[in-house]
Design a binder for this molecule. Structure first.
Ligand code: AMP
Ligand code: ZN
Length: 114
């Protein structure tokens, strides 16, 4: 997607603080962090949201969850704990329509979320 901001980050057309990258996924720090650790993990193929995900993408999306655990380790929050959030659609506050998994931690997180 040529005008998608996260696709531009994948193509390195706009800068990001990249935390992890492999052939399928990219993780980079959120530009407006809501916690001491706030990293976004995205697939390198464009997918708007969880709503559009198909079963044949289950492997890719599952891989992101497993990598989230490893990225939490890289960020030093694997023992203290963390939250993985996928905002989906208007009521969730989703702003960027390239699916992303928020990895949040480094402080005690409130529940329920606002
Ligand atoms: P959401 O509300 O779930 O769609 O989250 C989108 C997230 O992307 C927000 O937390 C933004 O701060 C973050 N964001 C938007 N643009 C950038 C960018 N260029 N680099 C890093 N994070 C971004
Ligand atoms: Zn995209």
């Amino acid at each position: 997607m040529s005008d998608c901001i996260f696709c531009k980050i994948i193509r390195k057309e706009i800068p990001a603080r990249i935390v992890y990258e492999d052939e399928d996924i990219l993780a980079f720090d959120d530009i407006r962090p809501q916690a001491p650790v706030h990293t976004l993990i995205i697939p390198k193929t464009h997918l708007s949201s969880l709503k559009e995900a198909e079963l044949d993408q289950a492997g890719l999306l599952g891989k992101i969850l497993i990598r989230a655990r490893e990225i939490a380790g890289l960020k030093g929050i694997d023992s203290s704990g963390y939250r993985v959030v996928v905002n989906t659609g208007p009521d969730s506050g989703q702003e960027v329509y390239h699916i992303h998994f928020h990895l949040l931690g480094g402080r005690r997180l409130g529940w329920p979320p606002g």
